[in-house]
Design a protein around this ligand. Structure first.
Ligand SMILES: O=C([O-])CC(=O)C(=O)O
Ligand SMILES: [Mg+2]
Length: 205
């Protein structure tokens, strides 16, 4: 895994979001299938017509190990873009996770695979394999523009996209914020008096 991606992987998404003023988060309807997922990698983007997932197969074939498939599925919650067969192949090939503003199915099997999958819905129906999707173009996913190569991070709180051009700056700011948050939150281990003092300081009393 690339050094910068590895560093982002260890920072909570809340810190990354905070240093970007919450402007680069996907919509909160896109959730992890399991709360303990930790997603980090570069976006390999997929844009598909509603209910057609052949492009997802093409993407699995073309993506590099460590890439995250970020799929513009137009918010469709009825037809699955992937199930345990598709996610299983992606995992074997080295893809680091899926993010989609759409649905997946075979959720028991997908959870067993333990590859981070963030999606809007789960469903029963499959997609057609008509093949009109396109790969590695800027897409819209969860209300955000995602460019191929952007860093994507996700955890129980959601998904944040870091545009390539600001990734180094955002890494440095996020690491600093993570440290500051740890220091601030240490107050929780204090007693009532300590917390009242902390609140008074914060409130300028
Ligand atoms: O085959 C599909 O398109 C979706 C599916 O059920 C799987 O990946 O297991
Ligand atoms: Mg299936």
């Amino acid at each position: 895994m690339e050094d910068i991606v590895m560093k982002f992987r260890d920072i909570p998404t809340t810190c990354v979001s905070d240093v970007m003023d919450g402007l680069y988060n996907l919509h909160s309807s896109i959730k992890p299938l399991k709360e303990d997922y930790k997603l980090a990698g570069r976006a390999f983007t997929v844009k598909t017509p509603v209910g057609d997932n052949l492009a997802v197969f093409k993407a699995i074939r073309e993506a590099k190990p460590g890439d995250i498939l970020v799929i513009d599925a137009k918010g469709d919650e009825y037809r699955a873009m992937a199930g345990d067969y598709v996610v299983g192949m992606a995992k074997k090939i080295g893809i680091a996770g899926f993010v989609l503003d759409g649905a997946i199915r075979d959720i028991v099997g997908v959870k067993e695979l333990d590859l981070p999958v963030f999606c809007k819905a789960t469903t029963v129906a499959s997609s057609k394999k008509a093949g009109f999707g396109v790969l590695n173009v800027p897409i819209s996913c969860g209300g955000m523009t995602v460019q191929p190569g952007d860093i994507v991070v996700g955890d129980a709180d959601g998904v944040v996209v870091i545009p390539q051009i600001i990734e180094q700056e955002i890494l440095e700011k996020s690491l600093k914020k993570f440290q500051e948050d740890k220091e601030t939150e240490a107050i929780i281990s204090g007693d009532r008096e300590a917390i009242i003092k902390h609140l008074d300081q914060l409130l300028g009393k």
